[in-house]
Design a protein around this ligand. Sequence first.
Ligand code: ADP
Ligand code: GLC
Length: 491
Amino acid sequence: MEAQRILMVSPEVAPFKKVGGLADVVGALAKSLLARGHDVRILMPCYAGLVGFEGAEPLDDPLIVRLGGHEAYGRVWQQTLPGTAVPVYFIEHNQYFGAPGVYSGPSGIDADNGKRFAFLSRAAIDFCYQTDWIPDVVHCHDWPCGLIPVYLNTTEAEASMGRVATVFTIHNLQHHGWFHRSLLDFAGLPEWVFRSDGLESMGELNMLKGGLYHSTKITTVSPRYAAEVQTPEGGHGLNPLLHFRASDLIGVLNGVDTDEWDPQTDPVLPEPFSAEDLTGKAAAKAALQRAYGLEERPDVPLFTVVSRLAHQKGLDLLAGIVDRLLADMVVQIAVLGTGEPALESVFHELSARHPGRFGSYIGFDNERAHLTIAGGDCFVMPSRFEPCGLGQMYAMIYGSVPVVRATGGLIDTVVPYDERGSTGTGFVFEHPTEDALYYTIGWACATYYDRHEAFRQLQLNGMRGHYTWDVSAEKYEAVYGWARGARSAAF
Ligand code: ADP
Ligand code: GLC
């Protein structure tokens, strides 16, 4: 396929700034696209305290960002994505991005996110003009980029950026970006876009909705999620719109960056291991038990969690059964996460109540995440919904058998264990209830203790799966081509 010019815009990009899987995906996808010969560039905010920002260089000219009735100035810093030649452009603006928070800015007021991400969206467009690099496609990630397709269809309609196709990827439909309609004035967008088939939703401005209406093509991060978002249960109120746009919507499964996540090369592990030789996994388990103050017992099944502590993830279900699990079964549990304060404190209390058997670490720690995923026997994701999920794929690569709920990308990546032939890669349950999770962990536990060969086979099936980005990057190429075709047909 001919080389395409692709601008990725995202609020998070690993390793510079990461809240969740979105950051991993943008970096890894860009890397794969570059390897396939495309001219791919990434643009993101220059938050305070970016990881690995030291080598960045400022561009000579300030970026003039043309908002409604005024201009804002940003400085652009440039660096490459570590280990690659993908250029990353960081947009600096102290008022908007001068603090470390991604979804809460320097003022700490959520309403400011409207201005922060309107600025980012406009900056992405003005950056293209100013550097005289007009992409073939702008790839927008989640609600903070929602205004980009709206600008291209309105203020830019007669300009060169107006011909550029947009692909909007939904990583999580739950977060919309709701703001007062006065944001239109600030952004410099015409009043007419504030309508129910546009940016308006229940009298407010909904950035995600605007992006989904105005983008050329839409993707979700798994095929199953593409179907779920069109239902009332999975649509977060936007299901009618996504149903309406179904012929422009496709699910492309996320992959894994195996330069980052590979038990044979992972520097965080005490010893490397692989499907051919699992001995090093025992050392990872012992290190993990020490890191969480658990009894150092190789024989006890260890269930781990690495997650945002959000309602989506269903970890309240786990919290609700820990006492029962530890009373009924000989198991250990280790939780790494941060998020809702109530859940953080429940996990904290559980660690105090069950020393040596339940351990938690409240915080964001990438190295600990690697160890926690690698050293466990099973990895628990009882998500209420899951657009794709990366944790379960990382777990399978490291021989940790996932225990997941049958939803979204979890269904598309974890093959349910079938006892008759020891086929499958994980333990899957249907209903988001404490009992369903309790009995499924019990099933995993029974398999661990009573059917060693079957458990080992599950581990190996997962480790031998194919999770790399090659296939997905090829699908994105096709989506870009599809979007370009549709965009040029419109002129
Ligand atoms: P989501 O994007 O919804 O949070 P994913 O499974 O797609 O879920 O991605 C989560 C990513 O964030 C994974 O790379 C996981 O390892 C990482 N992660 C989540 N919580 C933490 C934490 N407390 N410390 C370090 N990494 C974390
Ligand atoms: C979102 C989703 C998660 C997905 C990630 C990367 O945060 O919650 O399921 O894996 O984005 O696409």
